[in-house]
Design a binder for this molecule. Structure first.
Ligand code: HEC
Length: 313
């Protein structure tokens, strides 16, 4: 029996996994129509201007709730970063990076000589300022849900394939059904938000719990809120983040029209860069390295032939 226990546990876990899958599951994230420039083979690169706009979206929208603790302002001006310039190989000297940092006021880790806290404008070496002093404050401000740190979110939500994490961000940010939400008065006299589905198989209404928002790409199970055919529960679940990117939410410095999908595209590409700031350099090395290796192999082959030329074997 002892031997069977792990087996049973395994089977139990499998059964659970299967039922969870049967109850909808999240919709598979997809890349934008034209794909990701950085995912093009053999050595696609991030679209630098898009990453710059994405930083603007992060700064003006996402940074009010989400930290990016692994990033310093300096990173923005390093090679491969959105504000890198050949004129300033040392990002600490880059005036744009300095100006971006100086816009933010941070608490200096060192108090003054009386032990009082010191607030000062950030410098390039400082890490991105976090919106909340600690996790408790972050959750208290967001109805008990924790806005995750976005430093490596594209890695955390990707499964290894190039661009998967960025596609998840893009799909999530554009996937809300906010234009479909209707309101009715519930049995208790309070307003209830709901979404009507009628697309062939998935027919019914989905009640949206207060403070939560339906998104087909967010992992979850919408069964308890679904009144239609239980075999066709809508994909996805509910999350505590309201839709963030209505058309025109930011006014792009470069004049690009700020549609929902444009902003989602840009911020996804910014987060893709942030999750792996050296990816561009690594990729631009890939081709030369391959050519070098091929040439080296040919050279080795001929020198081998030459060295062993007069040896019987
Ligand atoms: C008003 C606060 C707020 C703003 C602004 C905000 N978020 Fe969120 N976000 C949240 C909260 C809260 C959660 C956690 C939701 C949950 O777990 O139910 C979250 C979760 C997320 C997640 C994680 C989803 C997952 O798979 O766990 C991503 C990605 C995300 N936000 C991206 C963004 C981006 C990109 C922006 C800017 C365009 C942004 N958020 C703006 C509050 C916010």
């Amino acid at each position: 029996m002892k031997l069977f226990r792990p087996l049973l546990v395994g089977l139990g876990a499998m059964a659970l996994g299967l039922t969870a899958h049967a109850a909808g599951g999240a919709k598979h994230a997809h890349a934008p129509d034209d794909g990701w420039p950085f995912a093009k083979v053999p050595a696609g690169q991030l679209d630098k201007e898009s990453v710059q706009r994405g930083f603007q979206v992060y700064k003006e929208v996402c940074s009010t709730c989400h930290s990016m603790k692994l990033l310093s302002y300096r990173n923005l001006g390093e090679k491969g970063g959105p504000f890198y310039s050949d004129e300033y190989p040392n990002a600490n000297d880059n005036p744009l990076v300095k100006a971006i940092a100086a816009e933010v006021e941070i608490l200096d880790p060192n108090p003054d000589e009386n032990g009082d806290p010191v607030y000062r404008p950030a410098i390039p070496a400082d890490t991105f300022r976090s919106p909340y002093p600690n996790d408790q404050a972050a959750m208290a401000a967001n109805g008990g849900a924790m806005p995750p740190d976005l430093s490596v979110i594209t890695k955390a939500r990707g499964h290894g394939a190039e661009g998967e994490g960025a596609s998840y961000i893009y799909s999530l940010m554009t996937g809300y059904k906010d234009d479909k939400i209707k309101t009715k008065v519930g049995e208790d006299g309070l307003n209830v938000n709901y979404i009507e589905f009628d697309d062939g198989e998935t027919v019914g209404t989905l009640t949206q719990p207060t403070g939560l928002y339906y998104n087909p790409y967010f992992a979850g199970d919408a069964t308890p809120q679904w009144d239609g055919d239980p075999r066709h529960v809508p994909y996805g679940g509910f999350l505590a983040m309201a839709p963030q990117l209505p058309d025109g939410r930011v006014e792009y410095i470069d004049g690009t029209e700020a549609t929902t999908s444009q902003m989602a595209y840009d911020v996804a590409q910014f987060l893709q860069w942030a999750g792996d700031p050296k990816q561009g350099q690594r990729k631009s090395l890939a081709l030369p390295v391959m050519i070098y290796l091929v040439l080296l192999s040919i050279l080795l082959w001929f020198s081998y032939k030459r060295i062993w030329r007069n040896v019987e074997h």
